[in-house]
Design a binder for this molecule. Structure first.
Ligand SMILES: Nc1nc2c([nH]c(=O)n2[C@H]2C[C@H](O)[C@@H](COP(=O)(O)OP(=O)(O)OP(=O)(O)O)O2)c(=O)[nH]1
Ligand SMILES: [Mg+2]
Length: 320
């Protein structure tokens, strides 16, 4: 299959707004909103293609950009590779230089616009932060609360409330108290076998739970249809460790995954780490945001971006 290589940009301004543009009615996927960009030319470097397209379409000069998400999508009439970069620095006033309507919107408002089918994971990547905190097992609640306060102070926004040693009931009670206290300060992912206790909280599946969900939806006895539609704003994530689990996560259409262990960790000394090279290869096989996990820290962010990851996930080293 030949994929048309398209450079597209999630452009973020100082107020964290994102620029979207409307595709001409007569274009492929016409009339829908898009992230500005266009086809890479033969022999052109990716960064150069991105700069050229944004100059042509918006009249801006890009000064700071990095890869955000690289995905493939098969439309009935063509297949595209969307090579999406995050642009955080540019000169000039962005405007619809080809007469197209453009709009600056908040990350949350992206949900209210109609994009081409390929764009769902791009919208997710634009909304998700660079760091995903997984709470360590703590012995008392005060430690959990003060850790979350520190994390909030450090700018953490996405948190999985893990607490692996609690009974389902104790966990639910704890989750209720944590969400009552920190509710909107973080985007929450609760354990995958728990009902969400507050609106807005999503689920993070273990690889086992992911497999169960996959079997239900796609296994030998399944209809091949995904289960009930998930409510908006409720994230579904999953833990993956290899190509097979990533493929299941893609079919179940989770919002994002963690991939681990990328590097050796003190907590799992016997697990064989994937290493950065294999992590990169695995990330290339899926079209969704991937957080690398295991032995990575806030300081390995640049490395994570370079292998195509959304960012870094972790427990202790993110706990302040
Ligand atoms: N730029 C952009 N293209 C997208 C997005 N989502 C999506 O499916 N596409 C598809 C639609 C098109 O088939 C292809 C991009 O082609 P394009 O029409 O923007 O290419 P271009 O700017 O070089 O335009 P042209 O000179 O060929 O008219 O990728 C998106 O968010 N942004
Ligand atoms: Mg274009």
């Amino acid at each position: 299959m030949r994929y048309i290589h398209v450079m597209a940009a999630v452009i973020r301004d100082a107020q964290n707004r994102i620029l979207i543009a409307k595709r001409p009615e007569d274009a492929h996927q016409g009339g829908l909103w898009e992230f500005p960009g266009g086809k890479l030319e033969d022999g052109e470097e990716r960064a150069d293609g991105l700069r050229r397209e944004l100059q042509e379409e918006l009249g801006i000069r890009v000064t700071q950009a990095r890869p955000l998400l690289d995905i493939r999508h098969d439309y009935p009439d063509k297949s595209v590779r969307l090579d999406v970069w995050l642009v955080t620095g540019f000169e000039g006033q962005a405007h619809g230089a080809e007469g197209q309507p453009v709009r600056w919107v908040s990350a949350a408002e992206l949900d209210d616009y109609d994009f081409p089918a390929a764009n769902a994971p791009i919208v997710r990547a634009a909304q998700l932060p660079e760091v995903y905190l997984i709470t360590p097992d703590v012995t008392d609640e005060a430690e959990l609360f003060s850790g979350l306060e520190r994390a909030r102070g450090m700018g953490v926004r996405l948190v999985q409330l893990r607490q692996s040693r609690l009974s389902a009931e104790t966990y639910r009670d704890l989750a209720q108290r944590v969400l009552a206290r920190f509710g909107d300060d973080f985007q929450w992912l609760l354990k995958g076998d728990e009902q969400p206790v507050l609106p807005g909280a999503g689920w993070h599946l273990t690889s086992r739970q992911l497999r169960q969900m996959w079997l239900q939806d796609f296994g030998p006895d399944a209809s091949g249809q995904t289960g009930e539609a998930r409510p908006k704003g409720r994230l579904l994530a999953a833990s993956c460790h290899d190509a097979e689990e990533l493929a299941m996560a893609a079919e179940v259409a989770v919002d994002f995954v963690t991939l681990s262990p990328v590097m050796p960790t003190a907590t799992h000394p016997d697990a064989v780490p994937l290493g950065w090279e294999l992590a990169q290869e695995l990330i290339r096989t899926v079209s969704m945001p991937v957080y690398v996990l295991g032995g990575v820290g806030p300081e390995t962010r640049a490395r994570a971006f370079a292998v195509g990851a959304q960012g870094v996930a972790g427990i202790r080293r993110f706990w302040g």
